[in-house]
Design a protein around this ligand. Sequence first.
Ligand code: TXA
Ligand code: MG
Length: 335
Amino acid sequence: MPILAGSDPAALDAAAEALARGELVALPTETVYGLGARADDDAAVAAIFAAKGRPSDHPLIVHVSDAAQAERFAAGLPPVARRLMEAFWPGPLTVIVPRREGIGTAAAGGQDTIGLRCPSHPVARALLARAQALGVAGVAAPSANRFGRVSPTRASHVADEFGAQLLVLDGGDCDVGIESAIVDCSRGRPVLLRPGVLTSAQIEAAAGEPLHAPDGSAPRASGTLEQHYAPHATVRLMPLAQLRTALDVLPADALRASKGSNKLAVYSRSLASVPRGLRLARMPADAQAAAQELFATLRDLDAEGVTLIWVEDPPDEPAWAGVRDRLRRAAAAGR
Ligand code: TXA
Ligand code: MG
């Protein structure tokens, strides 16, 4: 199956029918592209785990068209989950809530909780509506990348990961660029399992109570593994001063060697130039713009054969929490 235009009603119908038959479909969301299967069919969901190479006890997010559809999967919605859904749906926020018995077992990785998200991307919404009309209760969709790798933010990234067999709906470049914030609402007090572009302050204001940090009792969750979101290149994070020093002392032979199969790139907000022979990728000064470009930049550098990326630390500010989190994990993977 080729990449199909998500704006084409015939393509949307074909994708919805494929989902209804229990097949995999890659779909755009405002955060990243997802690899979807109907969440109410454990055999269909098993194909996601197989395609991604993801351990089947790592739970997936179920995408729904609204709160009513969310309730099909939930054993009651905790009040804090309701408040967050009202504030941020449709949008880049996932809530973890108690799971209704007998549905979404495979999607939940066997957990008695389930992750639910209502995406805002018009193609995702159109697909969910059409699939729902065919009896699909919700679409389980992890990011459409192989396990541990950088999430895809454009249709071609998905095709690069899974080849031409997969039906991919093209919805353009994702606006948000990093995955949704995940708030576990199943444990009595809200726990931020994964930061996204929404700030903690925004989430707390809507929740009406403070967010807590994970205490280790949450189940294994790929997006919260220390080494995740890794490009093939090794990533090193450093403060600007250290980056400048490292570039100053870089020996000429290292620069000469930084070609062909052993290439060094610098990913920085502050530097306007780097020594000859190095690749400079500019990081936008705005946190949202930086998030939007982050994964595509890492993929571009991989495609250029870059083997080592020196990254200037993003600002230690709330708006940058999502970008900092993804870069920290990418750097941990190379250690
Ligand atoms: O923005 C997003 O959230 C994207 C798009 C496609 O919606 N999806 C995404 O899915 O990032 P995935 O599977 O790559 O990451 C979802 C994270 C995983 O770390 C998963 O383990 C966690 O959510 N998760 C899902 N259900 C959970 C549950 N019941 N308890 C704890 N963690 C859960
Ligand atoms: Mg993922």
